[in-house]
Design a protein around this ligand. Structure first.
Ligand SMILES: C[S@@+](CC[C@H](N)C(=O)[O-])C[C@H]1O[C@@H](n2cnc3c(N)ncnc32)[C@H](O)[C@@H]1O
Length: 237
């Protein structure tokens, strides 16, 4: 069976329980040899997460609207577990790296006292604008647009860095530098909390995630793990 649905250039070929993403121009040339170069998704969640990875930098209105609606619903349970694990005192200085539309950020800032400070960093102007709007009434939040490697955050700035569903979107070859910048921005004894999607091919394998942080001298502990999603704490010595 072949179905097509929304996306700029791609369609989905549905072969019962397998899903192939094929650029529109290749429909009609549907032969196995050609299709092999495209990823194959084995369940609806994998397929869905493929669409979710679309174009954060310049999102279409539809994607941006859909993501802003979906994210609080899907993330609610995990954000709650994350906040339970962090045990904020309220006076921390926190960076939410890849803050997107600011859904987690809003939950964090609600737990901060006037001494606490939250910074939202995202390279997507469209999503950062949404976060600004969502958090406009809070005076202890600031926003940084750009790549963490380039925005010049001084070393030892944050007590806590949260990273929810960002790492699997980053190109593998860029991860060592990005994680180095995250670790630099973290105070000694500071902690990084990661919520990550672990199902391959869209997600990242848990061991691989640990390796990136271990190389920078951080030790991990598993805060929570359910099916294909994990919440991890990485501690800087
Ligand atoms: C799946 S969204 C997650 C958003 C949010 N953390 C959440 O829980 O919904 C990934 C976000 O990471 C951002 N991002 C990806 N790579 C980035 C980078 N190198 N620097 C800053 N932000 C980045 C994207 O723009 C996007 O907003």
């Amino acid at each position: 069976m072949l179905i097509t649905f929304s996306s700029s250039l791609n369609v989905v070929c549905l072969n019962w329980k397998q899903y192939d993403i094929v650029p529109l121009m290749d429909i009609g040339k549907k032969n196995e040899k050609r299709l092999k170069i495209y990823p194959r998704y084995n369940n609806i969640l994998e397929l869905f997460s493929y669409f979710m990875s679309f174009n954060f930098k310049n999102p279409s209105k539809l994607f941006s609207w859909f993501y802003s609606l979906f994210c609080p619903i899907y993330g609610k349970f995990y954000y709650k577990e994350l906040l339970k694990a962090i045990e904020l005192t309220g006076s921390e200085s926190i960076l939410d790296f890849g803050s997107g539309a600011g859904v987690l950020a809003k939950k964090i800032v609600k737990e901060l006292s006037y001494e606490g400070k939250l910074t939202c960093l995202d390279r997507s102007d469209a999503f950062l604008k949404k976060a600004r709007k969502k958090l406009r009434k809070y005076t202890n939040v600031d926003f940084i647009l750009g790549d963490i490697r380039e925005v010049g955050i001084p070393s030892n700035t944050f007590d806590i860095i949260t990273i929810s569903w960002v790492i699997h979107h980053l190109p593998k070859e860029e991860l060592p530098d990005i994680i180095q910048s995250i670790v630099n921005a973290l105070k000694s004894n500071g902690k990084v909390y990661v919520i990550e999607f672990l199902a391959l091919p869209h997600g990242i394998a848990e061991e691989e995630l640990f390796k990136f942080f271990n190389r920078m001298g951080l030790s991990e502990s598993v805060v929570f793990r359910k099916k294909k999603t994990g919440i991890f704490e990485f501690k800087k010595k």
